[in-house]
Design a protein around this ligand. Structure first.
Ligand code: FAD
Length: 326
């Protein structure tokens, strides 16, 4: 497949992560416009089925590297494997998610392949034979058009939920090839000894369609129960501002913003969050933003679709009761 599109199909618990299916959609659209083929790369442990799923999601071929050493993401090993497959397939473009994994993997790949990288993009298209990617900058205040270049393949990471997920077909027709893991060629200088799963959050923040976030306006960590309750009735995930994370009210995994997660849900409910720019950059692309804040001048209202000026301790219990009834 020289001159095709390579997709780094990120896995979660051995299955295609939502951002992998979104990357396959983005790649599929670009490939179709130029008559190119999409090839997927899956890396992990016990992942042959995931390679098959990437074919069902539109890839014409899939490579997978399956080894106990690859169960957890290690940037050095993963980059070596993707670079090896890129050398073999000579793609024009490599696409993956702008997830925690993608944010570590793609800059390393860019250096290894002597490539330009457009990171965290929300749209991509062709302009002649080059790609032009659209990405927010300066906390979403500006939208940039970026055309990565360099001697190597163009690299792009896509923002979660910026593209729809490819729907797997019942069956798929494509070539699947296993790449044998070789500790000399693919080994890394660091290894993951243990992975500790955050408890209590059943919905991943970056994949959630609905997020209810709490800020310092909650006054006390115990009051996060209001946020959890509202998230539960709405079937969403719990987010938080950095002020609450720094205060030890809630683990870092919930933090939304510049130094936390970038989220793109259909609905974001900000409760007692002032709307500092560092928080806004992580959530302002949400389709609908509801802000609850007692200060009518709070900056969060500048990005809110619906603003409720009032005391969250009065509003949230009423809202939860009404939604439970509904
Ligand atoms: P505050 O700013 O204290 O706001 C609390 C809000 O609650 C106020 O608007 C107040 O009116 C309202 N309120 C109070 N009581 C009530 C009530 N009873 N009912 C309703 N409303 C009420 N922040 C992030 O969130 N994410 C990041 O990733 C992040 N990264 C950062 C990176 C850097 C380099 C820096 C310098 C800062 C970063 N910050 C980040 C911190 C950011 O600047 C703010 O300090 C933080 O977002 C404030 O959190 P907050 O809105 O919860 O608290």
């Amino acid at each position: 497949m020289a001159d095709g599109i390579l997709v780094f199909a990120e896995l979660k618990d051995g299955k295609l992560a939502p951002v992998a299916k979104q990357s396959l959609t983005a790649a599929g659209k670009l490939a179709q416009a130029k008559g190119l083929e999409v090839t997927a790369v899956c890396i992990g442990k016990n992942i042959e089925a995931a390679a098959g799923d990437s074919i069902k999601c539109g890839a014409a071929a899939a490579y997978y590297c399956d080894a106990a050493e690859l169960e957890h993401f290690v940037d050095e090993s993963y980059a070596k494997i993707v670079a090896e497959i890129a050398a073999k397939t000579q793609p024009r473009l490599i696409i993956g998610g702008a997830s925690f994994v993608g944010k570590e993997l793609f800059p390393r790949l860019a250096a290894m392949l002597n490539s330009g990288l457009a990171a965290d993009v929300i749209a991509i298209d062709w302009e002649g034979e080059e790609i032009v990617a659209t990405r927010p900058a300066y906390g979403g205040k500006a939208i940039l058009k970026v055309s990565p270049n360099g001697p190597g393949p163009r690299l792009v990471t896509i923002r979660a939920k910026a593209f729809p997920e490819a729907t797997p077909a019942e069956t798929g027709d494509g070539k699947i090839e296993k790449i044998a893991y070789d500790s000399v060629r693919h080994g890394a200088r660091a290894k993951v000894i243990e992975k500790i799963r955050e408890s209590g959050q059943s919905v991943s923040l970056t994949d959630a369609d609905i997020i209810v976030s709490g800020g310092r306006g909650l006054r006390d960590p115990a009051n996060f129960k209001l946020i959890r309750e509202l998230a539960e009735v709405l079937g969403g995930a719990v987010g938080a501002s950095r002020a609450t994370v720094d205060a030890g009210w809630i683990p870092y995994a919930h933090q939304v913003g510049q130094t936390g997660k970038t989220v793109n849900p259909k609905l974001y409910v900000a409760c007692g969050i002032s709307g500092a720019i560092q928080h806004l950059v992580g959530m302002q692309s949400a389709k609908i933003i509801v802000a609850i804040n007692r200060d009518p001048e709070a900056p969060i209202f500048k990005v809110a679709t619906y603003g409720i000026v009032g005391d969250l301790f009065e509003i949230l219990p009423k809202l939860i009761a009404r939604l439970k009834k509904a």
